[in-house]
Design a protein around this ligand. Sequence first.
Ligand SMILES: Nc1ncnc2c1ncn2[C@@H]1O[C@H](COP(=O)(O)OP(=O)(O)O)[C@@H](O)[C@H]1O
Ligand SMILES: [Mg+2]
Length: 251
Amino acid sequence: MIRLDRVTKSFGSVEALQDVSLEVAPGEFVAIVGASGCGKSTLLRLVAGLVRPSAGHVALDGRPVTEPRAETAMVFQAATLLPWADVLRNVTFPLRLMRRAGGDTEARARALLATAGLAGFEHRLPRELSGGMQQRVAICRALLQDPRVLLMDEPFGALDALTREEMSLELLRIWQGREMAVVFVTHSIPEAVLLADRVVVMSPRPGRIAEIIPVELPRPRGFEQEGLPAFQAAARRIRALIYGGRAAHAA
Ligand SMILES: Nc1ncnc2c1ncn2[C@@H]1O[C@H](COP(=O)(O)OP(=O)(O)O)[C@@H](O)[C@H]1O
Ligand SMILES: [Mg+2]
């Protein structure tokens, strides 16, 4: 469904990505991990159609991605809500902007907010919410678009550890009920293993795919699986790739 074919992206003399090829199937959950600066955000922005490759091809359903598409939604690390609009208007904003809002849009938005634990907050402004709640609003906003591709760039990075674990499980529950491919960038190796069908490990300077690790754990997933040999083997392999020989034990 998503296909990157030998993609290189340079910014001036900086090669952010070099010769990256990756395919993501419909409904697949792919996590991307790697050190800062190895091109993770650039990869997402290419798939989102926000930037164009310097060489190679990015395609969605066999069509080249040349601009943002209605079937793709993105969640950034910071919630990026409109400060003057209430929660409900923030969540429905992209659909209204794309003139895709229908008679059931508000009801669907309210249902999604309820799922995210935000019932009763529909008419609050972003500044009246905690960081975790704001991020849940941003995720609802993306999901309301009913995207076939959800791109998430360290979406839980600003959250405390407990909220983060709760949100991961909530995301899995929502994903499980839809045919939606997710590409999820994270710094957390356990989060990547918990969530993903495959974990793409990237190496820096220039950004390349070091290895793709399949995660052989049954679904539905939960943190109790962290103790399983398959979980630990995947996490250990990812750590080894990221840290090489060094600091693998302290990590
Ligand atoms: N718009 C840009 N202009 C110039 N350099 C950029 C731009 N975006 C990213 N880069 C550079 O490309 C490299 C990869 O960046 P990025 O994709 O943000 O990495 P990551 O998300 O893995 O931390 C970095 O060296 C970064 O400085
Ligand atoms: Mg980034």
